[in-house]
Design a protein around this ligand. Structure first.
Ligand code: ATP
Ligand code: MG
Ligand code: FE
Length: 352
């Protein structure tokens, strides 16, 4: 099926067009620059930016794919989780398109969309099940067990406080680096010593593991970094910001990879899929690939344009739902900022 997907859950206005599992276009407009001076995404600013970017993005995506609106078999949209106001703009546009064109509408889960992005990565071959998926972005840190993309996604664990990307952004701020902090920390860390400072690995003690084996916590780490710097400054001691960046990055990467591989081993799943904007982190990819190889686990990492928020992944998920015979959504749905990952599609039409 030829599907157009609309993604507006955060600061990216993503329009993607797929035919089956073939990617035809993936247009991304980001309002990141407008949020930079606030040090994080401002919901109202994001919603307004989506409104302005949608129409031109849809036109650009259609042109790049070489198709017209009337060729579409379905329209897909993210219904959650995400920023309520931002989601509403995309949902409004998707409903308007579907109704005016008389095409079926599929309202889908953003997190499952991140996994669906992987169906478009033809170099890696078809997605195999079951697979463990680690999604790490500015808003999410989730560990999932995917038995089937369209019917069975289980949440194994998630962050109890900050998302991994958020931790990068906050620590960058502490170090006086600009937003978004992930790429900045990555750059600074390249010339630092990852073993210089032993920062805490959240929820990794034996007592924590009993209850939170697959959960994450990064706010303690952020506080530990802030306190470590305060102490050096109070004592008038010099320190290397590169070492702090490298040691912090190592702590984040260590926990992410350790817990993801524990999930693979515990569930006897020799496959790990990585997604989300934090996958851009070089050290994360390096450590994940090396440690997974030791455990006999194969790692799938889609190209970065499919890892960060995009519309193609939303179209890809709807395409999978259609190919497995699922009925479309009714118009009776809205934005659900806390939509659980187990709800792959919302407001599905009932059988007559
Ligand atoms: P959502 O949580 O809804 O997926 P988002 O916009 O916050 O949305 P992404 O766009 O997928 O998430 O990723 C952005 C996050 O990734 C930011 O927090 C950013 O700092 C982080 N990031 C980007 N590059 C790197 C990197 N090289 N290392 C670490 N973090 C990075
Ligand atoms: Mg983003
Ligand atoms: Fe996302």
């Amino acid at each position: 099926p030829l599907v157009l997907g609309i993604e507006t859950s955060c600061d990216e206005t993503g329009i993607g067009i797929v035919r089956g599992r073939t990617l035809l276009s993936n247009t991304i407009a980001s309002s990141m620059d407008e949020h930079a001076r606030y040090g994080g995404v401002v919901p109202e600013v994001a919603a307004r930016a989506h409104l302005e970017a949608l129409q031109p993005s849809i036109e650009a995506a259609l042109a790049e794919a070489g198709v017209s609106l009337h060729d579409l078999d379905a329209v897909a949209v993210t219904s959650g989780p995400g920023l309520a106001g931002a989601l509403m703009v995309g949902i409004g546009a998707a409903k308007a398109l579907a109704v005016s064109l008389g095409k079926p509408l599929y309202a889908v889960n953003h997190l499952v969309g991140h996994i669906a992005a992987d169906t478009l990565d033809t170099d890696a071959g078809p997605l195999e099940y079951p697979t463990v998926a680690l999604l790490v972005s500015g808003g999410h840190t989730s560990l999932l067990l995917v038995r089937d993309l369209t019917t069975d996604v289980e949440l194994l664990g998630e962050t109890m406080d900050d998302a991994a990307g958020e931790a990068f952004d906050k620590v960058a701020r502490i170090l006086g680096l600009p937003y978004p902090g992930g790429p900045e920390i990555d750059r600074a860390a390249a010339s630092g010593d990852p073993d210089a400072i032993r920062f805490p690995r959240g929820l990794s003690r034996a007592s924590d593991l009993a209850k939170h084996r697959y959960d994450f916590s990064f706010s303690g780490l952020k506080t530990a970094v802030a306190r470590w710097i305060e102490q050096r400054e109070a004592a008038g001691e010099d320190f290397s910001a590169e070492d702090v960046a490298a040691s912090f990055r190592e702590a984040v990467v260590d926990v992410l990879v350790t817990k993801a591989l524990a999930a693979c081993v515990d569930h006897d799943v020799p496959r790990l899929l990585l997604g989300g904007g934090v996958i851009a982190n070089r050290r994360l990819r390096e450590v994940a690939l090396a440690r997974a190889a030791e455990q006999g686990v194969t790692v799938r990492i889609p190209p970065l344009s499919l890892c960060t928020d995009n519309g193609a992944m939303i179209a890809a998920l709807a395409s999978e739902l259609i190919m497995s015979g699922r009925r479309p959504s009714t118009l009776a749905f809205g934005a659900d900022s806390t939509l659980p990952v187990t709800e792959i599609q919302v407001a599905q039409e009932r059988e007559e």
